[in-house]
Write a protein that binds this ligand. Structure first.
Ligand code: SF4
Ligand code: SF4
Length: 251
């Protein structure tokens, strides 16, 4: 049976998800022996633009070039995986989508900045093409990447966490930073998968995994207001990753 043809790509991003794959040091040779890696610019030369069984794409669509590249990859891939929080949700690149690109380009590159650079408001892949599977995380969790990759190769059902980070935090019997100590923690509205890495080290969750399905933003905001955070601060911190609920002042 031919090996599945794989392509690994990055749009506007830090390349952290591709590096996570390269950091699978104990497994990378086994992975490479099971698939036919047609394209992985970060890791190899001689890449081919060809039909793919699976394309893994990290990063946001932040330029016209990103958009064209994404559509081109989607056109030749049977399965497209959005890899990382930016690809799945837009990530921190979306923080300044409230300001026009022209204004931002001029602010960063000077008066003619908007003439020299191609820039779009940052958006996740799903806003433009069909995404078959999201693997969230900033960067992706190595454990989940390997588990999902194995499931693909074996044709197994793929299961990913769909519950909030607080569940993992409780299983580790951590003291709650938010409720007990009044520290700004986004665990209740964040997708699990990291085993509550930050709260387990006494550091509040900033939501790098993106939102859990049906996140209860109102309850999170009410707890934070009770802890005497201002609405402005709540909006700013929730906007750091991808939490942009229409927060209204409590009556
Ligand atoms: S510390 Fe954060 S993640 Fe842990 S239970 Fe409290 S709110 Fe949830
Ligand atoms: S605890 Fe929160 S911020 Fe820390 S790695 Fe997990 S999801 Fe990301």
């Amino acid at each position: 049976m031919p090996k599945p043809r794989i392509g690994i790509y990055g749009l506007t991003s830090c390349a952290g998800d591709q590096l996570t794959i390269l950091n699978c040091e104990d497994e990378i040779l086994e992975i490479a022996s099971r698939v036919d890696i047609k394209s992985f610019c970060l890791a190899q030369t001689g890449n081919e633009e060809t039909k793919l069984d699976i394309a893994l794409v990290e990063g946001t669509v932040s330029t016209q070039k990103d958009l064209e590249r994404l559509r081109e990859i989607r056109g030749r891939a049977s399965i497209l995986v959005a890899m990382g929080t930016c690809a799945c949700w837009g990530g921190m690149y979306t923080m300044r989508n409230d300001i026009s690109r022209t204004e931002l380009l001029k602010g960063v590159y000077g008066e003619n900045g908007d003439k020299y650079f191609d820039s779009l408001p940052a958006q996740p892949l799903k806003n433009f093409v069909k995404v078959d599977l999201p693997i969230t995380g900033c960067p992706i969790e190595k454990k989940w990447f390997l588990r999902i990759f194995k499931a693909f190769l074996h044709g197994d059902i793929i299961e990913v966490p769909n519950f909030s980070l607080c569940s993992e935090c409780k299983l580790k019997e951590n003291e709650c930073l938010l409720v007990n100590r009044g520290i700004f923690c986004l665990g209740p509205i964040t997708l699990a998968g990291c085993k509550a890495r930050c709260p387990s080290h006494n550091i509040p969750c900033i939501g790098c995994h993106g939102p859990v399905d049906e996140a209860n933003y109102a309850a999170e905001v009410n707890i934070l207001l009770d802890k005497e955070y201002t609405l402005e601060e709540i909006k700013r911190k929730m906007g750091f990753f991808v939490f942009n609920p229409d927060i209204k002042q409590r009556q």
